[in-house]
Design a protein around this ligand. Sequence first.
Ligand code: SF4
Length: 316
Amino acid sequence: SEVLIEVKNLKKYFKAGRKATVKAVDDISFNIKRGETLGLVGESGCGKTTCGKTVLGLYGATGGEVIFDGINVHTLKSKEKKEFRKRAQIIFQDPYSSLNPRMTVEDIIGEGIDIHDLYRGKDRKEKIFELLETVGLNKEHASRFPHEFSGGQRQRIGIARALAIEPEFIVCDEPISALDVSIQAQVVNLLVELQKEKKLTYLFIAHDLSMVKYISDRVGVMYLGHLVELAESEELYKNPLHPYTTALLSSIPIPDPEQERKKTRIPIEGEIPSPINPPPGCKFAPRCKMAREICKEKMPELVEIKKGHFVACHLL
Ligand code: SF4
């Protein structure tokens, strides 16, 4: 079918101390089509990374389910789990800590190849060289260690590692946040090229809305464990409806000076409330300029306002 991943009412709660519970992901539903990039954005602490890891089954779910090509990710037996692992991979945010400093690049990239027994001996070596070329490195790099590379190069190694087992789906967990601005576009371009070439499906997690716009077909906006808006990328940027999305967008610098002058900036005020004791009602209410009485009492549901554009806000 057209849909590769269905996330239904997904919840991931963590225990915090003896009594408190952190609702990192609280009743989130969306799907991702084959070959699509779904962007997931929000400030740090909104639960986007936890959501990505729970979708991949790296975290067990507290509730709800994730269906990947008809398979329930959270009820897999170990053999099926290994099979699923081969189809779904992750690229981590931090290219410094996500690579084992004691392993050579060849061993880092080769690890998945060995686990799934895809290539051996000479073929394995050739495959690794080919992967290095694919990500813009070369075979001279194979025998080196992670510390010998720049941040951008390390992220390329991380991408080669994810690609080594030829997955269909990759969770890109803030893959460029830790990189210099000058390098970010290069890594994003590489991910876009690879997607076209290998028909990959991405869940692209970021807090940088401008980058997400460039890479995503659709974008979901998360706030304190909830999805507050979901729409096609262009639609979301042209016609943001949730007050939080509007505020997030207003902090994007717009190069057109005419636009810049016209734009009224809505700074987001107030601290993000702790997900340990979230307020009842709309989670954004303590920071929302439009909040009314009902917002503090009742949690707004995600509703399709127009075709493909979903918003959770009492104003709409
Ligand atoms: Fe603001 Fe109320 Fe909408 Fe929440 S539901 S975003 S508080 S207007």
